[in-house]
Design a protein around this ligand. Sequence first.
Ligand code: NAP
Ligand code: GFB
Length: 311
Amino acid sequence: MKKLLVTGGSGLVGKAIENISSEYNYDFFLISSKDCNLLDYKETEDLFEKYKPNYVIHLAAYVGGLYKNMNYKVDMYEKNITINNIVLKCCHKYNVEKVISCLSTCIFPDKTEYPINENILHNGPPHNSNDAYAYSKRMLEVLSKAYQEQYNSNFICVIPTNIYGPNDNYSLEDGHVIPSLIHRCYNNKKNNEKFIVRGSGKPLRQFIYSEDLAKLIMWTLEKYNEKDNLILSVNECEEVSIEHIARCIAKSFNYENNIVFDTSYSDGQYKKTADNGKLMNLIKKYNFINIDNGINKTVDWFIKNYDNCRK
Ligand code: NAP
Ligand code: GFB
């Protein structure tokens, strides 16, 4: 049986892959920083020596929402550049047959035509709010292409849009918008406080449920045989405002009449509408989990796992 190493295996996306792993015929090795610190070359080399994977899905990263990106730019750049260089170096050394690395739709040029597609990644600077993270991811793409050209390596990149679901980081300060607002609404309802939503609520986002993304990453591993980047996103028409997200979360908690938008906080990027046309032309049809249903499932998960989840 072929061996599949998943870095970032304990995270939002890694856990979603773990949850569907029984549907696939691989020896899965889903690793967290407890198994190996990918910032350390020797530890990572020992990991690859131990498992000698045939395939690698490289998810591990120093990740966070808008405010973590604004406040920890040095960490965002240094840690992600280091992890990515080490992981791809070991994938090359151990002749991994296929590597799928993860970029993000937030790394595209800020001033651009919409919808964004795979061909414009380097056509201008990213939004200032997360430029350090964005450039670290763009360098991952540059390095993957360099291995393709110098060694004919099958190292490719997928570009997910905003992801949400169970096993996320529900931190009030460092989390992405959906997990942070779920945690905040939970607290505000318990304390009978106003439900504070940061910013105006006007920015637009496309959100993909982690289970959908996991299935599309496994499809990319098994069926996508091109070398170019591939956007993995819901359809353009499924783009929603942050206000819609907040109201959906409040409704899920039955706490709809207490929402306040605190515009003293940054909105970040107004939009980053992605075109999933290349993916849809290849898979023809895919029924993405609807955002309102996905949020209800995530709220239920959070309440059930409150004591032990990342927050
Ligand atoms: P996550 O939930 O924050 O998980 C990060 C994973 O990376 C965890 O398993 C973590 O292990 C691991 N990790 C971090 N530093 C490590 C280190 N030094 N050594 C070993 N492992 C380390 O991240 P995610 O949301 O699943 O994101 C997965 C990928 O998708 C990332 O590459 C991210 O950039 C990308 N992405 C995310 C989003 C989003 O909205 N979440 C959107 C687009 C792209 P521990 O659990 O041990 O810390
Ligand atoms: O998911 P998020 O933090 O990141 O969403 P981005 C930020 C948007 O949600 C902004 C609003 O418009 C915020 O004003 N928002 C409202 C909140 N309340 C909150 C809250 O309590 N917490 C947070 N975090 N936002 C990220 C990038 O951009 O996209 C990352 O910074 C990553 O690098 C991610 O790639 C996918 O979507 O703005």
